[in-house]
Design a protein around this ligand. Structure first.
Ligand SMILES: C[S@@+](CC[C@H](N)C(=O)[O-])C[C@H]1O[C@@H](n2cnc3c(N)ncnc32)[C@H](O)[C@@H]1O
Length: 398
């Protein structure tokens, strides 16, 4: 699979795929439309600051020209937003800082954030160009653990020591799922939490998810005996610049995400997860390792959406191949519309903005696929579906 890129269909919707661009003007117009769209759609409710910056950039040809310095595969509004945030986190002094919660430090905002961002870009053009031409956005969404835990509870053999293998693990923060606390708020006020051991002297990592449907209440922390991740561009949590970039790629005015990410990074520095560099599907068999008494769980979230359908089918075939020889569990949280090559069961009614949480279990050569839930891409909410079992299918028949 190639370098991370915008999911193909989302790119098509945003007008970023199809016929090659006819020229620089078309490219700038397309980028301008991307800034306008990001302000209007994704940022509108989640990040007023990013929305204000995007609206200002869309109107300013000098800043758009700066954003064009990114190679075409990485040219997107979020990269400029991250580059600005990164320089501010590194200590760049500018009145814009007072508008940015991660660096404001009690300063009183003045002026308009959008106009100040344009001024910031003009004043830091050289540094921003260097970031834009060399970096790609990179995230690790810790709250997705809220989807992983119930999937582990219902799909893995009870009490079995697990080997967690994460494809596209980024900084590996979700490999430490059993060290976090997850709060589930169910309709009707039935809330409960599960948590693993706290890391002394560090704030807890708290994930939360609003649930529709009835989650299994018996959700013990999984017994993760070993864990390993793989990523095309892993983030080393001990590298301050890499960690700063991970924070920079998170919108500064989403305080719950920033707090959780910072807390998870602190825990990961005490218990560093192993994340090897490489192509996940290609290294899969090696990462799963020999049958050493641990039950392998292959997990990925928002990774395969960046590959092509044939790459997704290749992964499914590779996991089927493992499942013919031994019991294994495959869990994923991916956008159904972006991953037609995965075996996600179709459900009658679902919110297309939600991702599908799917468990594929391989037991004695038979494969069962279940769509467990539909979840917000960051697992802020989840509609739990899994009351009935899917049909087991003998892999010998496939
Ligand atoms: C959107 S991030 C999600 C990271 C993490 N899974 C999470 O849920 O927070 C996608 C990650 O997948 C990685 N990635 C994409 N394709 C990959 C591949 N073929 N092999 C390994 N990593 C891949 C990217 O480098 C990036 O770190």
């Amino acid at each position: 699979m190639g370098l991370p890129r915008r999911p193909a269909r989302a790119a098509a919707r945003a007008g970023l795929s199809g016929a090659p661009p006819s020229g620089a003007v078309a490219d700038v117009d397309r980028l301008r439309a991307d800034f306008e769209r990001l302000a209007r759609v994704e940022c509108a409710t989640r990040s007023p600051l990013s929305a204000a910056i995007c609206r200002a950039v869309a109107r300013d040809s000098a800043t758009l020209a700066l954003a064009m310095r990114a190679p075409s595969a990485q040219r997107r509004p979020t990269l400029l937003l991250a580059a600005i945030h990164d320089l501010l986190l590194a200590g760049a002094e500018h009145p814009l800082a007072a508008h940015v919660p991660t660096v404001a430090g009690g300063r009183t905002p003045s002026g308009r954030a959008g106009e100040l961002a344009l001024d910031f870009c003009a004043a830091h053009r050289r540094q921003l160009a260097a970031i834009l031409s060399t970096r790609g956005t990179q995230t690790n969404e810790v709250n997705r653990v809220a989807a992983l835990l119930p999937a582990l509870a219902v799909a893995t053999p009870p009490g079995a020591p697990l080997r967690l293998v994460e494809l596209g693990a980024s900084a590996g923060l979700n490999l430490l799922a059993d060290r976090y606390e997850v709060r589930y708020d169910q309709a009707g006020g039935a809330s409960f939490a599960v948590h693993g051991p706290r890391t002394p002297h560090h704030p807890p990592v708290v994930c939360s998810c609003a649930v529709r449907g009835t989650l299994p209440r018996d959700m013990p922390m999984p017994a993760i005996a070993s864990r390993i991740g793989v990523d095309l561009a892993p983030i080393d949590v001990r590298d301050p610049q890499a960690v700063r970039w991970l924070l920079a790629c998170t919108w500064p005015d989403e305080p719950d995400r920033i707090t959780r990410l910072r807390a998870a990074i602190a825990v990961a520095r005490v218990h560093p997860p192993t994340v090897v560099q490489g192509d996940g599907p290609r290294l899969l068999a090696e990462l799963v390792g020999p049958d050493g008494g641990q039950h392998p769980v292959i997990w990925h979230s928002w990774v395969l959406a960046y590959g092509t359908p044939s790459e997704q089918r290749l992964l499914a075939t590779a996991i089927d191949e493992i499942g013919r020889r031994r019991d294994v569990t495959w869990i994923y949280l991916e956008q159904h519309s972006e991953t037609p090559g995965l075996p996600t069961p179709v459900v009658a009614a679902h919110d297309p903005a939600d991702s599908a949480l799917v468990a594929v279990t391989y037991r004695r050569g038979a494969r069962t696929v279940q769509r467990l839930a539909d979840a917000h891409p960051h697992a802020r909410h989840m509609r739990w579906l899994a009351s009935r079992q899917g049909e087991a299918q003998d892999l010998a028949d496939r």
